[in-house]
Design a protein around this ligand. Structure first.
Ligand code: HEM
Length: 140
């Protein structure tokens, strides 16, 4: 009897874990539609940002947009996987400066404000992106 209760507890615990997917941020961002609109605005901001013009002058905007949608979908717990090189490998040798990184993050914040993304979701997305700082910025 005791064994059955323990077993039931274990089963409930694991099925509970499986039935609560950690996709709250993905849902708060409006799933694929919301994320696509967010990246539309983000890419629009980046492409018009004079401080970033030199870095992005040869960018394939369509590919960049698609990769960013996939990345934000994945990071927020959505059903996407960004394949390919790591953030460090992609940005290696670009000489990305701290000021450029901050400017790009400001572009994202403007995009999120424009779409009225709730502040708590904004903060959670920024927190997911923050660890990339060390992979992208090349210290002088
Ligand atoms: C949290 C910050 C950032 C994230 C999440 C991010 C993410 C990405 C992603 C997903 C790609 C596409 C990779 C691919 O094509 O496979 C990319 C490419 C690129 N990133 Fe970043 N990036 C960030 C910051 C920056 C900064 C600060 C710069 C420069 C100022 C930069 C410059 C570029 C450039 C030039 C490309 C190549 C675009 C192309 O030629 O198609 N990134 N980044």
């Amino acid at each position: 009897m005791i064994l059955r209760i323990i077993l039931a507890g274990v089963v409930i615990f694991f099925s509970g874990c499986a039935s609560v997917p950690n996709d709250q941020l993905y849902r708060d961002l409006g799933e694929m539609d919301g994320i696509t609109r967010l990246i539309d605005e983000f890419v629009f901001e980046i492409s018009g940002n004079a401080k970033l013009h030199e870095q992005f002058k040869e960018t394939d905007w369509e590919r960049f947009h698609e990769k960013l949608v996939t990345q934000v979908c994945e990071l927020s717990g959505g059903p996407c996987v960004l394949e390919g090189d790591s953030m460090a490998e992609i940005h290696k040798g670009m000489g990305v400066k701290e000021s450029e990184f901050n400017s790009l993050v400001e572009n994202l914040m403007v995009a999120m404000d424009r779409l009225a993304v709730p502040v708590s979701a904004q903060n959670r997305l920024l927190a997911k992106l923050a660890p990339f700082h060390k992979d992208i910025v090349e210290q002088p």
